[in-house]
Design a protein around this ligand. Structure first.
Ligand code: COA
Length: 174
């Protein structure tokens, strides 16, 4: 197989985030936000204590399901599947995906997306949604390859050190 997924993701396992993994998860997210340019929070901008994260984890446990990609016992990426709160929107779920920069291009993002889709299908979700920066070509390519279509954009919604960018809305019907 030519894709990144086929090349190097063999030593990766994907598990559900449990409360005892929260400190490692927060460190992973901190690392990702420190390195990434195409994410909303900038390095050091998110201030979240372990207690706050734990409280959110408990409060949102029925609406947010997070899968962690683990390599040699170390978390290297995650995907959160966020279910809608109200009945009329319950066929939808929203995805948040990130992989630590040192592990890009190994098929981990693809594996996490596939695992999230499998889980969402089992939950009766018919539509998966996500948002991505317009200049995040790697992510756009990944989502399009997996069948996500662009539905709209918030033009110049992002203002970073490299200028303006759009936020693109994408979705896929399962
Ligand atoms: C977008 C992101 C999740 C992709 O994760 P990943 O684990 O690198 O994804 P994959 O390895 O499955 O590969 C995705 C594609 O990008 C390509 N790619 C990955 N790293 C690359 C690199 N450094 N240079 C060029 N292409 C690269 C892969 O080859 C693959 O294409 P292919 O399947 O045609 O081979 C990751 O780059 C990331 O976390 N970025 C920062 C956060 C972010 O942008 N999140 C998405 C916003 S919603």
């Amino acid at each position: 197989m030519k894709t990144a997924e086929g090349k190097k993701s063999q030593n990766i396992s994907i598990d559900r985030l449990k409360w005892k993994d929260l400190p490692a998860f927060l460190r992973l997210r901190h690392q990702i936000e420190h390195d990434a340019t195409h994410l909303v929070p900038e390095k050091g901008e998110r201030k979240e204590t372990i207690l706050y994260a734990l409280a959110r984890f408990i409060v949102n446990r029925r609406r947010t399901y997070t899968l962690i990609a683990v390599n040699d016992k170390k978390p290297v990426g995650y995907i959160s599947i966020i279910f809608a709160k109200f009945k009329k929107l319950r066929g939808n779920a929203y995805l948040v995906l990130s992989v630590v920069a040192s592990h890009h291009g190994r098929g981990i993002g693809t594996r996490l997306m596939q695992a999230a889709e499998e889980f969402a299908r089992k939950q009766g979700i018919r539509r998966l949604e996500l948002e991505v920066f317009g200049k995040n070509e790697r992510a756009l390519k990944l989502f399009e390859r997996l069948g996500y279509e662009k539905e709209g954009r918030r033009r110049k919604a992002v203002e970073g050190t490299e200028g303006f960018d759009d936020i693109v809305f994408m979705a896929k019907f399962l």
